[in-house]
Design a protein around this ligand. Sequence first.
Ligand SMILES: *[C@@H]1O[C@H](CO)[C@@H](O)[C@H](O)[C@H]1NC(C)=O
Ligand SMILES: *[C@@H]1O[C@H](CO)[C@@H](O)[C@H](O)[C@H]1NC(C)=O
Ligand SMILES: *[C@@H]1O[C@H](CO)[C@@H](O)[C@H](O)[C@H]1NC(C)=O
Ligand SMILES: *[C@@H]1O[C@H](CO)[C@@H](O)[C@H](O)[C@H]1NC(C)=O
Ligand SMILES: [Zn+2]
Ligand SMILES: [Zn+2]
Length: 458
Amino acid sequence: MACVWKIILLNIFIVSGRSKFLTGQFWHITDLHWDPSYGVGSDNSASICASSGNRPTPNAGKFGDYLCDSSWTLINSSVHAMRDILPDPDFIVWTGDDTPHVPDDHLGETPVLNIIGNLTNFIKALFPNTKVYSALGNHDYHPKSQMPPEQSNIYEHTANLWQDWLDPASKETFKIAGYYTEKLLNQTGFRVVVLNTNLYYDQNKLTENIKDPADQFSWADKVLCDAAKNNEKVYLIGHVPPGFFEKKRQKPWFRQEFNKRYIDLIKKHHDVILGQFFGHHHTDSFRMFYSSNGSPISAMFLTPGVTPWKTTLPGVVDGSNNPGIRVFEYDTKTLLVKDVVTYYLNLTYANIARARWEKEYRLTEAYHVPDASPASMHRVMEQISKEKCYLQKYYEFNSVSYDLTDCNADCRIDHVCSVREVDFDDYESCVLKEGVSSTGPVLFTLFLTLMPSLLWMN
Ligand SMILES: *[C@@H]1O[C@H](CO)[C@@H](O)[C@H](O)[C@H]1NC(C)=O
Ligand SMILES: *[C@@H]1O[C@H](CO)[C@@H](O)[C@H](O)[C@H]1NC(C)=O
Ligand SMILES: *[C@@H]1O[C@H](CO)[C@@H](O)[C@H](O)[C@H]1NC(C)=O
Ligand SMILES: *[C@@H]1O[C@H](CO)[C@@H](O)[C@H](O)[C@H]1NC(C)=O
Ligand SMILES: [Zn+2]
Ligand SMILES: [Zn+2]
């Protein structure tokens, strides 16, 4: 009897010990957008922050406002929450956008570098022994989004700020064009590639007529070819994602030819790419990549932002979000993404009571999938596309439980097509096709309703 118990206990020990050994965890944070003006405005101003752009903020509180970028109190609270929830992650992915949404003439090269420096020092102070893989966002430049395809003062200064996080070779390529690659945690067989996709952003005037800005595509192609030769597994990290914004019909970020080339890169190298981690949207979503014969080959995770700032992009209805931070669980031997756990701060509650960071959801529980592999993420997409309850759940997570209104037929098309189709033409076909299939039943019902009266008229 005692022996049986011993075996059971031993088994429990082995099983739990082993799975713990195989499962690693890392943080992904993005779009902190610190607004240093928060709360220091003059008394006669209707607004508490420069980033609201004079939109009145009657409900502003200590932790922030849905019309403003992050207060320091919110930045402090979010990085402290990371340390409370998971103090010893394997590493941190930080995908940029540190400065407030204000006109360029309110900032300047020095203020931008100071803000990047302030956030860098703060993360370093709370995670002194943690490796951080950091990417530049389009707001980490002056003038904003104008990243040059060559050496610049801001690249050089940022490389110095991130010196402790960069291998010497990474620092060199970063200074030249804001991208780098190195072994993941210095381990053989594992690699990170941090891209400067701000070079592909259609707002960037400096790369408009360049085929391969800063030779990043050919560089990445070579890095990924070498990775395949060396049996490495790779995580891709960046800020501006390819494809479309899910909160506005027909709104891509990349220039068309760059979008195409990015997709080609993923199609060619998906075998070694085990995950793509991006920001910029401030919302919680994901993007699917498929092979030419239609099988899911890669998933890109879009992590929600810390800033709650309501976007001023015309056509977006109520584009605020609650502050979000995210833990990825992964297989340390294969880099398979096993699960995604998102934590959030209910900003309304924080301002009236206290800062309470809660688990919002765990991917595998919310969508009943075994992991976050491309096949599983494809299943998540299918569920969202076919079942109203999953669509609504996804929609509420999309704004980090801020917008709890109903996701109607148009909303469904925007979200399903942007998740499923990263390619410009395929997105357009999807919008047409889904539009027909959603109005189809409506027209049919209308026909059935009208038919008796039509007959009567005859
Ligand atoms: C930062 O957050 C911690 C943890 O909530 C808190 O103890 C500390 O007072 C905060 N500091 C500032 C400057 O807000
Ligand atoms: C931010 O950095 C600037 C320049 O280094 C420094 O003067 C300022 O005190 C920092 N602010 C915070 C809140 O860390
Ligand atoms: C990385 O590993 C190599 C050998 O495996 C070692 O020489 C080097 O010091 C390590 N670098 C760091 C930053 O730990
Ligand atoms: C956030 O907090 C407010 C105030 O307590 C509450 O009314 C609202 O339902 C909360 N939102 C969520 C998603 O829990
Ligand atoms: Zn942003
Ligand atoms: Zn951005």
